[in-house]
Design a protein around this ligand. Sequence first.
Ligand SMILES: Cc1ncc(COP(=O)(O)O)c(C=O)c1O
Length: 378
Amino acid sequence: MTKTPYFIIDENAIEDNLRILDDVQKKAGCRILLALKAYSMYSTFPLIRKYLYGVCASGLNEAKLGKEEFGKEVHTYSPGFTEDDFPGIMKCSSHIVFNSFSQYEKFKPMLKGKDIKVGLRVNPEKSVAGSKFGVYDPCTKDSRLGITADHFNGKSLGGITGLHFHCLCEQGVEPLEKVLKEFQKKFDPYIRKMTWVNFGGGHHITKKDYDRKKLVKLILDFKKRYPNIKQVYLEPGEAVVLNSGKMVVSVLDILHNRKEIAIVDTSIESHILDALITRKEPSPFVPEILGAGVPGEYKHDYLLGGVSCAAGDVIGEYSFRKKLKVGDKITFLDMAHYTMVKTSTFNGVNLPAIMLKGKNGKTRTIRKFGYSDFRERL
Ligand SMILES: Cc1ncc(COP(=O)(O)O)c(C=O)c1O
């Protein structure tokens, strides 16, 4: 039995998502990339690359991983490339997307003669995130992400073949439709000069209620309107591995201070950072627990507290059917994306081990972590 805490990723669940994504690719004639920032457990890349066209990377390390372990298209975008990293990024990338004209001008001479497609990230200034996860809204006021249309005046687009936008977060097709309308309205003459467009990530395509028919129609209509566009890309992260990973932890102690408190062998700051980042949002992300409910739903309410000494290391309040006891296992659901990639060893808390349930149903340990992983990064 593996020691907790550990992530367990299910390849069959990933493949269910990949089949859905592939159906969209085929019907819409588009290409879907895996966003490595959301999920980069490369032991599953042999499966994912059977379906998807490549990856999108946020800098040199992800681009290298994409080239070495995925091996298809690598689209690299960063708000700021450095001179040190850029030669390596060029070696690994099929596409490079710049966040400003100044960055493009700076690196343009290095790109001369290279077989790399160059794009610009634009900001359609259409905020659709609403009150949900404002912290992840790329079109928020004063956003640094993407070039606004007014900055295109008088600029030469020589050498640029693609435009990229990313405006969504865990959203359906209706917000995409709104963004697309604005993108077309503001950037139409520039889109007409391009050969590819990237609609970014944040599309919850594999979610049950996602309107995939409408997505296909939107893409087909876009391609009809712009016959010059040979390739439409989408780069979701979350949708690729939605509901395909869990994190299992153990109860270490039960305390009482006004409320029942269970101490578990994880930590919000070390292992579940997304829940900390969105804590002040109007609808914060609270990780779901298998078999547990919201406070009051079942008989036994507990605050789940982490093992670090940070006062705020409280994952949330949950209710359980049975009283918790020391040694009980607790399973957090949907932990594959934006959880594993953000873990740290804050407070010396061990990183969760990584397990893989393969397509044959057998489970194997991919990695275990210990003292050296804590020590080596400091
Ligand atoms: C530029 C870009 N592309 C793709 C993604 C992936 O988004 P998601 O995992 O929500 O689909 C992100 C997420 O922040 C992003 O910033």
